[in-house]
Design a protein around this ligand. Structure first.
Ligand code: TRP
Length: 332
């Protein structure tokens, strides 16, 4: 996985406080990668606008909360570069060139686009900007010539489009962009408390600041193996979403051992749930401590973002100069 040497880049839409799904999915990958690679992590506030353009009042609050969660989770601005998309004005110019060469059909066929169009309010997302979501994402990545992108599985189609855009640009104007590859988390996806993907909008998430008691209550409500009605019935961990939680903590608890006990009906679902709730809470406790101390310092995020922007602007303007020369749109 950590085989490359080029830049690593990833962004999060500012949706406020992060939850356990983010923590295990991507954030752990990012905190590990920062030690080994040249990493660029940014707040994708323009991307937030593609769906939330009607009410933008919370953007800055959400940005701050998210960056503080990143810091508490271990991202270190002394080691990686943390910035805000909207500070880098070269990004929309790069997006403009990309929007000339990507075909409408490719954007319309993008599975995430089709799915979101079905799931979200069509009157809101039936826009040019929303269709162009992956084009903006390609510009985010390629403005710093990112080679690898830690993302969730749902972003894979967007990265395919990024590669397609890079290929097409390179073919038309000369080879200047890498074709970025995804880096996926090895931990299986953390289920939400209703078994669906953990998501803020489904209201099925474990908040990173939840106290142990709250985590226990949430886990207790989870549906386990439906075939296991009585305590003495043998369980099937492979169909149980509580078991998926166990698999996210290989260093703290043995999921094989737990699976065996479940299959032999040696442990009941309530005890099993309470145990993993405690593991989750214990694992989160250093995060919570750090997050509480960071909370008191208001200016910290603004400073980090401004330092990050300074650095990324230099790289971005170099890339843009190169692009302008290649497209022959440069000043004569
Ligand atoms: N689309 C990503 C998400 O919803 C956010 C994002 C925007 C991103 N630009 C990016 C991720 C560039 C990686 C690289 O999670």
């Amino acid at each position: 996985m950590e085989s490359g040497t080029g830049r690593v880049v990833s962004g999060y839409r500012p949706s406020g406080r992060l939850h356990l799904g983010h923590y295990h999915g991507n954030l752990k990958v990012m905190t590990n990668l920062q030690k080994m690679r040249d990493c660029y992590f940014f707040v994708a506030d323009w991307h937030a606008l593609t769906t939330e353009y009607r009410d933008t009042s919370m953007l800055w609050t959400y940005t701050q909360e998210m960056v503080l969660d990143w810091l508490a989770a271990g991202l270190d601005p002394g080691v990686c570069t943390i910035y805000r998309q909207s500070d880098i004005q070269a990004i929309p110019e790069l997006m403009l060139y990309f929007s000339m060469i990507i075909s409408l059909g490719e954007l319309e066929r993008c599975p995430t686009y089709k799915q979101q169009l079905r799931e979200l309010d069509e009157r809101v997302v039936n826009t040019y900007g929303f269709l162009g979501y992956p084009v903006l994402m390609a510009a985010d990545i390629l403005i710093v010539k990112g080679e690898e992108v830690p993302v969730g599985e749902d972003q894979i189609p967007h990265l395919e489009l990024t590669r397609e855009i890079a290929r097409k640009f390179n073919m038309l104007y000369g080879s200047i962009f890498p074709e970025p590859r995804p880096i996926l988390s090895k931990v299986p996806r953390i289920p939400g408390t209703d078994g669906r993907k953990m998501s803020k909008s489904y209201g099925n998430y474990i908040d990173l600041m939840d106290e142990e008691e709250v985590i226990r209550q949430k886990v207790r409500k989870m549906i386990t193996d439906p075939a296991r009605v009585r305590r003495s019935d043998k369980g099937h961990p492979e169909v149980c979403s509580v078991f998926d939680l166990y698999r996210a903590y290989p260093n703290m608890v043995s999921s094989e051992e737990r699976a065996r006990e479940c299959r032999m009906a040696k442990i009941g679902c309530t005890a099993c749930k309470d145990e993993i709730a405690k593991v989750i809470a214990d694992d989160l406790s250093p995060f919570k401590e750090r997050r509480k101390t960071l909370y008191s310092d208001e200016s910290v995020v603004a400073q980090i973002l401004s330092d990050g922007a300074k650095k990324v602007k230099l790289i971005a303007s170099e890339t843009l100069e190169e692009v302008r020369r290649s497209v022959k749109i440069a000043r004569v």
